[in-house]
Design a protein around this ligand. Sequence first.
Ligand SMILES: CC(=O)SCCNC(=O)CCNC(=O)[C@H](O)C(C)(C)COP(=O)(O)OP(=O)(O)OC[C@H]1O[C@@H](n2cnc3c(N)ncnc32)[C@H](O)[C@@H]1OP(=O)(O)O
Ligand SMILES: CC(C)C(=O)C(=O)O
Ligand SMILES: [Mg+2]
Length: 509
Amino acid sequence: MNNRVYIFDTTLRDGEQSPGVSLNVSEKLEIARQLARLGVDIIEAGFPITSQGDFEAVKNIAREVRGVTVAGLARTNFADIDRAWEAVKQADQPRIHTFIATSDIHLKHKLRMSREQVLESAAAAVRHAKKYTADVEFSAEDASRSDLDFLCRVMEAVIEAGATTVNIPDTVGYTTPDEYAEIIRTIMSRTKGIEKAVVSVHCHDDLGLAVANSLAAVLAGARQVEGAINGIGERAGNASIEEFVMALYTRRDRYSLETGINAEEIYRTSKLVSKLTGMDIQPNKAVVGKNAFAHESGIHQDGVLKERTTYEIMNPAMVGLSHSNLVLGKHSGRHAFRSRLVELGFVLNDAELNKAFARFKDLADRKKEIADQDIEAIVENEIRKVPATYELSYLHISSGTTVVPTATVGLARGEEILEEAACGNGPVDAICKAVDKITGYSCRLATWGINAITAGKDALGEVTLRIAENNREKLYMGRGISTDVLEASARAYVNAVNKMIYEKNNHID
Ligand SMILES: CC(=O)SCCNC(=O)CCNC(=O)[C@H](O)C(C)(C)COP(=O)(O)OP(=O)(O)OC[C@H]1O[C@@H](n2cnc3c(N)ncnc32)[C@H](O)[C@@H]1OP(=O)(O)O
Ligand SMILES: CC(C)C(=O)C(=O)O
Ligand SMILES: [Mg+2]
């Protein structure tokens, strides 16, 4: 049997049916372009009869996104099918996807049709769609709760009418992997002409089984899998494409099946879909969640540092993430802490490391996540505290839209107050130049950033900056806190200069 599984993406149709999601034409087009880069085989771009906007979106995608099949959904009504064709006809490979429910519960309460009427309507719809395009998909909505004999009869009729793909949706996410595999196997063995069509599956996640059911279905012989990026869609959503694809790849030893997906585009696609739909990705979501490749506990971090595969079954680079993330927190151990210190440029002896680690644990008990700046602060302010050669005594700034920024800075060195003034490209630049005049060192500002550390109009701002002596690489970090951003900058700059002077005087650099 053919080992290629076709990926049918319905992010823009079923995914858009997620409550609260409505994508406009340009947003749909942007996602469709990214789906093409991801390498999906079929993009279900929408349900064209829904609205003028959806019709335009499908039409634009069909015209603009080349090299991929573009499908439009239609009920078995001819008006839906005509509209779907109008929307997809300019695609490289246009597909009409028509559907009707086959379960008794839907027939009785929703459609109010008999089985014979549904069967006839399905076949007639496919025949009508075939007048437009060779590529016609038929879906038996609520297939997993349908009578299997009837389902096989419907499949036979639509294949006879020309359907090239027959989809067996688990519309309400009711089935289980073993049962679904059995349904697929039965349809494949009992339906006359089934070899002329691709058997497709479309699973919903009401019981959290959408991906598991899709995997069971491909083992049973299905060769098209429908799903959505980030698993979005009606209610609990559709099968998540990224999870299905990565399961197939990671466990290729069991599946021996391939897709055309370019996995490196997964993360980018997921981010885009989340941004444009406004649907956040839960942190612990498989493959694309913020924590999918993050490790906080010491034993795991130690394992990953020694050999990534101890705790990672996928390489984050494969899905477009540059690396795993070792998050420092209260569960972390010395190995991860030391590794982060080295990344930040600190080499501590054992005594210093133990002292810093104790401080870090203490802080981690109070703070959820420890940032790099916290670690730098622990080392520089507590482990390697340097004596301050200079202290900011006063600061005067003249700045505005029509004057050249000028700073007058007073620095205390012991009993002495030294004062200088300088002009600059901006007030911070002027401050740095005035300080340089006093210290006699000429430095450049490599980075500058501010964080609000309290809220409100009188919020305290914390400036963190890095400086280097002109013509030298080595960076020195400084921090300063004040309600005034410029004063905080001056304090941070002087703090960094003091560290530099200390290292020079003690021949540390
Ligand atoms: C499982 C799925 O995801 S199916 C796709 C679901 N997606 C959507 O419904 C999104 C887009 N839908 C819409 O914009 C609207 O529902 C429309 C434009 C399709 C139809 O709107 P309306 O004509 O106002 O009908 P409404 O949505 O209230 O009811 C659906 C009608 O379609 C009928 N119907 C439902 N499915 C089918 C089908 N596959 N084939 C034929 N008729 C169907 C229903 O029985 C009902 O018919 P009735 O009016 O004779 O009782
Ligand atoms: C239209 C069909 C394929 C569907 O979305 C479902 O049955 O869930
Ligand atoms: Mg669906």
